[in-house]
Design a protein around this ligand. Structure first.
Ligand code: AMP
Ligand code: MN
Ligand code: MN
Length: 328
């Protein structure tokens, strides 16, 4: 499962660097947060015993339910004018654009390294791009690049969280035998599986349930029932006082609608700044649609950001999806 060569990539890159930055994509999900904190804990615990290295994680808006992870208070989102890292490690992120403001340190770093599982990853890194598109999550990729004996409970908890979230609790088709083996190895470190799964995936606040109910009620079946779509505009988000981290289960519930091939959920992050989430039940490759609109992802889960009016975004997307449905 673990290749010696790959565990050396991480160790060698870290050994040669005095200052290291770690960052993932904007609006971090479970895999991104798990990977960033899992790697941070792993490096601090094993390669920085006397704190001679400066290790910084850049992350903004960590969902509240993930704050039980060790060192979840460490990530920062403050940027100095002149700063150059020896090593910048990109996690769960397929392009520099999705690093947000942290991209400036990525561009100025002496060395860059990436661990990812997005098939659409097109980045250029000086050290290496460790990309396994068939792995469930970046946390699974990271596990295979770490030395198992050096993984502590706090690192295991973070990696387990990432695997749980990107597999939809081990139910998506990206859950392979290896995924379950790795999850088992993480459990053997003492991870409390129910705490992670119930506490971060299933538990919803009252408002989150209300907004989920509203989105399901207002959803539409389109393209002969092959597509289900729901959306939330900025005004409604403000009315409920919700942010993107409160909307995570909606697309999953849309996707399990019987007879549907593609589920779409769109929300307005800021006025006319739209975030589109796509899920497929297998036949349609939604990463192609997402890449066409400037985003990325995987065959069965992809997304993109678009500027404009909701109705234009929906119309444009439906044209793209109808072509793809015809191709199948
Ligand atoms: P989401 O719908 O945000 O849960 O994202 C589903 C998958 O698509 C994840 O693997 C994301 O990393 C990827 N994805 C979402 N939005 C984008 C984007 N704007 N650019 C590239 N990949 C994206
Ligand atoms: Mn992610
Ligand atoms: Mn991921």
């Amino acid at each position: 499962m673990r290749s010696e060569q790959e565990s050396r990539i991480l160790e060698e890159a870290v050994a040669q660097a005095d200052s290291i930055a770690i960052a993932g994509h904007i609006r971090p999900d479970g895999d991104c947060v798990g990977a960033c904190l899992g790697l941070y804990n792993y490096l601090q615990e094993n390669f920085n015993a006397s704190f001679e290295k400066e290790i910084t994680v850049y992350m903004k808006d960590i969902p509240e339910t993930f704050l039980f992870l060790k060192n979840s208070g460490k990530p920062i989102w403050e940027f100095e004018e002149e700063k150059q890292y020896d090593l910048f490690i990109v996690l769960d992120c397929s392009s520099g654009d999705r690093l947000g403001e942290a991209a400036k340190y990525f561009r100025s770093a002496k060395h860059t390294l990436c661990f990812d599982h997005h098939i659409s990853n097109s980045g250029h890194f000086t050290e290496k791009l460790v990309l396994y598109p068939d792995y469930s999550s970046t946390c699974e990729v990271l596990f295979t690049c770490m030395c198992e004996e050096k993984i502590s409970l706090s690192t295991a908890e973070a990696l387990y969280l990432g695997i749980v979230h990107d597999t939809g609790v081990f139910k998506h088709s990206n859950t392979l035998e290896q995924t379950m083996c790795i999850a088992g190895k993480l459990l053997s470190k003492g991870v409390d599986s129910s705490k992670v799964i119930d506490g971060t995936f299933y538990e919803k606040t009252y408002i989150e349930n209300q907004i989920l109910g509203r989105c399901l009620m207002e959803s539409m079946l389109l393209l002969e029932g092959k597509v289900i779509l729901s959306y939330l505009n900025y005004k409604t988000m403000r009315l409920y006082n919700v942010d993107p981290s409160n909307l995570s289960g909606i697309i999953d519930q849309l996707r399990v609608t019987k007879g549907v091939e593609v589920a779409v959920f769109i929300y307005e992050v800021q006025p006319q700044n739209l975030k589109v989430s796509l899920r497929s039940n297998g036949k349609v490759d939604v990463s192609k649609t997402a890449v066409f609109f400037g985003g990325g992802g995987h065959r069965e889960a992809a997304g993109y950001d678009v500027h404009g009016f909701m109705h234009d975004a929906i119309n444009n997307l439906l044209v793209g999806l109808s072509h793809q449905l015809e191709e199948e």
